[in-house]
Design a protein around this ligand. Structure first.
Ligand SMILES: *Cc1c(COP(=O)(O)O)cnc(C)c1O
Length: 438
């Protein structure tokens, strides 16, 4: 290890605090964190010069690859103008342009108003506050509850977290949050009492990311949309992960011809370049905030509609058109499907694979179908092993997530799966010889 790298690691272990991380294990002397220093397309390079495929799009954000010349140029151009100006009391051209472009995706509907914020959690936070304030201002204050789905994930700020259905993350904060009821599916939703107290139903459409890439049954979303409309409940779609081509269409909801009341976007909005989010709202809801100052939406962040973020988002949308990104996906999605099948066939420990467009999960279980003991951390071990073969990704429990930038090539998908297969083989080589894993 070179001296510079050793110094960075010392400083990290002494002063940084990593998300979702057991810091005691992270700071152990034998743990050598990967320090990523540069990127190029789907490839990332660490401080030792090792190159890896970015198998989870840098936590589900990157779309067109790293250091993309057009994105970099758009950002440099905006930097030459100004990096940040306030959206409170002022506007700027790029925010106006971006909001109009987002509305264009839903032309013919009333989903045409965008409120900007900073990340996925705040996109959700805005939707919740808007949904509640809308009901207060339209004479329905009793509609102040939300319904979410078991094992869902909507972010980590307090409001978004109270919607979270993953017990391990959220149970300790539950009592500080909003009133949320959890259901497994639409039948349970239909059976709920007091639906007239519900302001909105929140869902990750088509696929629940943090729930080990669980794919919803086809038609579920359109059925949900019909039901919420019938009941006068708002449909709040969390497309923070699924937005911007991830599932094969620009937005997941388009696959079931659903236009929600609220659409929350973040991660891929700036192609994975900068933290920025958008909460899109129907005009009917927006109209509930008219009638003077006291009815205004009193909410905002210092970096709302940050011009650099807007520049990246617009350049990303330009790339979607000029590079025909969506048009190229079917071949890649088919290649991913075959790679998953092949892996399931060749690796006995792969219990199930799940796919929704370019989003996939590979779940490992014991041969009798029961999960591995949690403390074995099998998913983590396989990802660590795959790293040695040139792939970076993270598991959710024992599900290996493969969710690459959309710019990945067929060859790079194949390289990624070779690394996953080698990783699995390496971790289980002892088991296959009947020796227990520690
Ligand atoms: C990542 C994610 C969030 C939270 O977004 P942050 O930018 O991490 O705050 C919310 N919902 C879904 C579906 C996500 O995948």
């Amino acid at each position: 290890m070179n001296e510079e790298l050793a110094d960075w690691i010392v400083k990290d272990k002494a002063h940084c605090w990593h998300p979702f991380t057991a810091q005691d294990a992270w700071t152990k002397p034998e743990h050598e964190p990967v320090m990523l220093v540069s990127g190029d397309g789907v490839w990332l390079t660490d401080a030792n010069g090792n190159r890896y495929i970015d198998g989870n799009s840098s936590i589900w954000t990157n779309i067109h690859g790293h250091a993309h010349p057009q994105l970099n140029a758009a950002l440099s151009a905006q930097l030459g103008n100004v990096a940040h100006t306030s959206f409170l009391g002022y506007s700027h051209p790029l925010a106006a342009e971006l909001a109009a472009r987002l509305a264009d995706f839903f032309s013919g509907s009333t989903l045409s108003r965008t409120f900007f914020s900073d990340d996925g959690s705040t996109a959700i936070e805005c939707a919740l506050k808007m949904a509640l304030q809308y009901r207060m201002q339209t004479n329905q204050p009793e509609r102040c509850e939300f319904v979410a789905f078991i094992n869902c994930y909507h972010g980590d700020t307090m409001g978004a977290a109270s919607l979270g259905g993953v017990e391990a993350f959220f149970s300790r904060f539950r009592k500080f949050g909003m009133t949320v009821r959890f259901v497994r599916d639409i039948d349970e939703l239909r059976a709920l009492e007091h639906l007239d107290r519900v302001a909105g139903v929140v869902i990750e459409p088509l696929v629940q990311g943090v729930n080990q890439m669980l794919v919803w049954p086809q038609g579920m979303l359109s059925e949900l949309s019909e039901f919420t409309q019938e009941q006068g409940i708002h449909l709040i779609l969390d497309e923070v992960m699924t937005g911007f081509g991830r599932t094969g269409t620009m937005f997941a909801c388009q696959q079931e011809q659903v236009v929600p009341d609220f659409l929350c976007l973040a991660k891929g909005l700036t192609a994975g370049y900068l933290p920025m989010a958008a909460t899109m709202v129907r005009e009917e809801i927006y109209d509930g905030f008219s009638g003077g100052r006291e009815n205004a939406f009193y909410y905002g962040h210092s970096y709302t509609a940050n011009p650099l973020g807007c520049a990246a988002a617009i350049a990303s949308l330009d790339l979607f058109s000029s590079d025909k990104v969506l048009e190229q996906l079917p071949l890649k999605i088919e290649c991913l499907k075959q790679s998953l099948q092949q892996l399931e066939y060749s690796q006995p420990e792969v219990w199930q694979t799940r796919q929704c467009g370019m989003v996939s999960g590979i779940e490992l279980r014991q041969s009798d179908g029961s999960p591995y003991a949690k403390d074995l951390r099998i998913g983590e071990k396989v990802c660590l092993a795959a790293r040695k073969f040139g792939l970076l990704t993270r598991p959710v429990l024992d599900t290996i997530v493969f969710l690459p930038p959309l710019s990945i090539t067929i060859e790079e998908i194949e390289l990624s799966f070779a690394a996953i297969a080698q990783g699995i083989t390496q971790v289980f080589s002892d088991v296959r010889k009947n020796i227990a894993i520690e």
